[in-house]
Design a protein around this ligand. Structure first.
Ligand code: CU
Length: 161
């Protein structure tokens, strides 16, 4: 009898151990993060454990990034928004899309990031994608982006701890 009971008990322990070992790995896995321009001039990312609201009235967002993360910027409110990088000095960090081996490029531009991407107001229930970038393995320091309509009132800062 004891032998019959111990087998499931061992199996259960195995499952628990496997689950506990996977949890930290999952917390450090790259993911797709949707960053939405929402009401009150605010960038917001739902269900993002690595995102923090910062700045005036928490309108800006800070993301602790991991290599392989894909950041998707979306228009999701009833006023104009867009996304661009903040500093001209950061041009090279995101501009050379798809060029591997370029150490200055820390994010890969999958769809356009830059001026001229203001989107017209849309219903908040149907977010529209503006741009999509991927965090490269050689990401260091930080990269700040901002709304093309609300500038440094609405920023998104990617940083690596
Ligand atoms: Cu805006």
């Amino acid at each position: 009898m004891t032998n019959y009971l111990s087998l499931p008990a061992v199996a259960l322990c195995g499952f628990v151990t496997a689950f506990c070992n996977l949890a930290p790995l999952r917390a450090h896995a790259a993911e797709t993060i949707f960053v939405d321009a929402v009401e009150n001039f605010t960038w917001k990312a739902n269900n993002c454990t690595r995102c923090t609201q910062v700045g005036e009235e928490g309108r800006s967002l800070e993301i602790s990034v991991l290599p392989g993360d894909i950041i998707v910027f979306r228009q999701a409110s009833d006023i104009d928004h867009g996304i661009t990088h903040l500093l001209t000095a950061d041009d090279e960090k995101i501009r050379n899309s798809g060029e591997d081996g370029n150490d200055t490029q820390i994010v890969e531009e999958l769809t356009r990031v830059g001026p001229g991407k203001d989107l017209l107001p849309i219903p908040t229930t149907t977010p529209v994608e503006m741009a999509r970038i991927k965090v490269k393995d050689n990401f260091t320091g930080s990269l700040q982006l901002q709304c093309t309509a609300h500038f440094n009132v609405m920023t998104v800062t990617l940083k690596k701890d």
